[in-house]
Write a protein that binds this ligand. Sequence first.
Ligand code: FAD
Ligand code: GLY
Length: 373
Amino acid sequence: MEVVVIGAGVAGLGVAWRLASAGCRVRVLERARPGAGASTAAAGMLAPVSEAELIEDSALELKLESLRRWPGFVASLEAASGVELEYRGDGTLVVALDRDDAEQVRRHYERMVELGLPASWVSGEEARGMEPLLSPTIPAAISIPSDHQVDPLRLIEALVVAVERAGGVIESGVEVEEIEVWGGAARGVVGRGADGAEARWAAEVVVVAAGAWTRRLRGLPGRLGRAIRPVKGQMMALLMEPEPVLRRVVRAPECYLIPRRDGRLILGATSEERGFDERLTAGGMFELLRGAWETLPITYELPLLRSWTGLRPAALDNEPLLGQTSVSGLVMAGGLYRNGILLTPITADVVSEAVLSGAQPALAAHLSPRRLE
Ligand code: FAD
Ligand code: GLY
């Protein structure tokens, strides 16, 4: 089967790896370079429990299932690529900074208990026993042993190697403009090759994994072309020296802090509806630094390494769009919003199953793109 995948983020590369491994002839077309979109901007938290919504989340079971698949995914991707993913199983602490926050965090905790999620309530003292440099004013926290992290840069690097070793082709600097559809079926894509010349790629199946830029593609059915919007996140990296200042991921009301083995402390993230404006702002940086300082005062002393932004691909209902559209051979791996790194294994499995079977997988029956056509 000849498959074209539009976009080399975690969604496109994960699906491409599965399909190439299953014997399909796979070509991934990427506008810039692999990971150039949200995927390398991400924090890398695998956090279905700490990000569980107080309201109904129809994708929660999918997120939990993806978390369960992560250890096996790490083992097979590391074996296929030879790249270590820096998957860390140290868990997460969700902290309250004052008594008002504590009420909110308590409601969050009660919701986790109601949903049967693994979480325990700890006092401020117990939290500081786990992470000694946390602010002395923190009154309470939730300890979530199952929410882990991975390094998204390593993840992209590994997926690129794995796709190519499985026989897939990744073309960078290629912009797809339109999906060709006739007779009710996708036939390929047209766009501009790396040399800027118009080009056409024929395919039996087209997988749309273009992240927040999906809305710029022509040829999607009905309202699907407008169904995904960009949600900006601003991020920053500090250098932990001379030694790590945290062991596990810490989430506070205004920011999260993620220690990496290479000494970086990642701070994130704002959440802004600003269209395709990818600029950093003074206010965004200020919010992150203030939130980090209130949570972990030592951050005040740490050298600043760099800051960046990314655009999360969010669907109209903020839930993923996975699987078959109403057009035969046109499949989506999109709308991964705040959880695309967490959802990488399940997206690869579900969307490749949709391509190979031509049907909507049961696990993602309610996440079919058809709901927003
Ligand atoms: P992208 O990574 O955006 O990839 C789409 C690719 O398609 C891009 O490389 C782009 O260049 C390419 N493309 C677009 N249009 C075209 C075209 N016309 N032709 C060719 N190529 C095209 N998720 C988590 O699970 N945990 C986290 O901790 C986390 N933190 C985040 C922090 C921030 C600041 C942000 C922004 C996101 C975060 N996310 C996190 C979410 C996660 O990053 C995304 O859900 C995920 O990366 C989406 O992957 P994707 O492959 O769908 O899109
Ligand atoms: N999941 C973290 C973020 O999107 O910022």
